[in-house]
Design a protein around this ligand. Structure first.
Ligand code: ZN
Length: 226
């Protein structure tokens, strides 16, 4: 019995040694060297051109995120966090990997923060400057959203409050009418106030010129002989 157990122990140990991972040291040395090399590469300097007045002309302005896959991956895993191996090579780090900056993030929030960071924007060749919109651009944007909304309402896809489901134009018209009504009421109130004031003034004047009233107040008449 004892011999059998001893034998079992022996094979166990042998099997264990066989299963143990053998590290390919050469492979990892190569990866480490590559990583070091990447780290010491100088950052790419962007050149901004200026016109004769010194105004920047070729600034790559900050743009909205257009990579649908990135947006989807962020929205899909909100609130989840991943294990990240900082020693990993490239995407092997796991988690949310940014190929431009060779960094990994554990969750969507920190990844999003990174995407919006100056460092990341610089890596993809963008400045943090935002293009100023003209009045026309703002107007056309409004128009676009109004038509979109109208389409949604007409197709019955609008999920907003059912009480608001009449057309946008109607709503605007109603608001304008209400505004006019309020203004009209205010104007009338002002007019009434003015009239009342004038009435009071008139009465006061009448009272002042009324000799009886003056006598009653003990003024008598000035200069006028009775
Ligand atoms: Zn990045």
């Amino acid at each position: 019995m004892a011999d059998q157990a001893k034998e079992l122990e022996k094979t166990k140990g042998v099997a264990n040694v066989e299963v143990r991972r053998r590290w390919d040291k050469e492979e990892y040395r190569r990866k480490a060297l590559e990583r070091e090399e990447r780290r010491h590469q100088p950052a790419v300097k962007r050149k901004f051109e200026k016109d004769e007045t010194g105004v920047l002309t070729s600034v790559p302005m900050l743009k909205g995120r257009t990579d649908k896959a990135v947006t989807r991956s962020i929205e899909k895993d909100v609130g989840k966090s991943y294990m990240v191996n900082p020693e990993g090579d490239g995407a092997e780090k796991g988690g949310y990997y940014c190929k431009h900056c060779d960094r990994s993030y554990m969750d969507s929030t920190s990844y999003l923060d990174h995407l919006n960071s100056r460092m990341h924007q610089a890596a993809i060749g963008s400045s943090m400057m935002v293009k100023k919109s003209t009045e026309e651009e703002v107007k056309s944007r409004f128009k676009l959203h109004i038509t979109k909304k109208l389409e949604a309402v007409n197709n019955g896809k609008d999920d907003s409050n059912s009480a608001q489901k009449y057309s946008f134009a109607e709503r605007v018209k109603k608001l304008e009418e209400e505004e006019l009504e309020i203004k009209e009421r205010q104007r009338e109130a002002k007019k009434r106030k003015k009239e009342a004031k004038e009435q009071m003034k008139k009465e006061a004047e009448n009272a002042f010129t009324d000799e009886e009233a003056m006598a009653a107040m003990g003024f008598g008449s000035f200069g006028a002989k009775k």
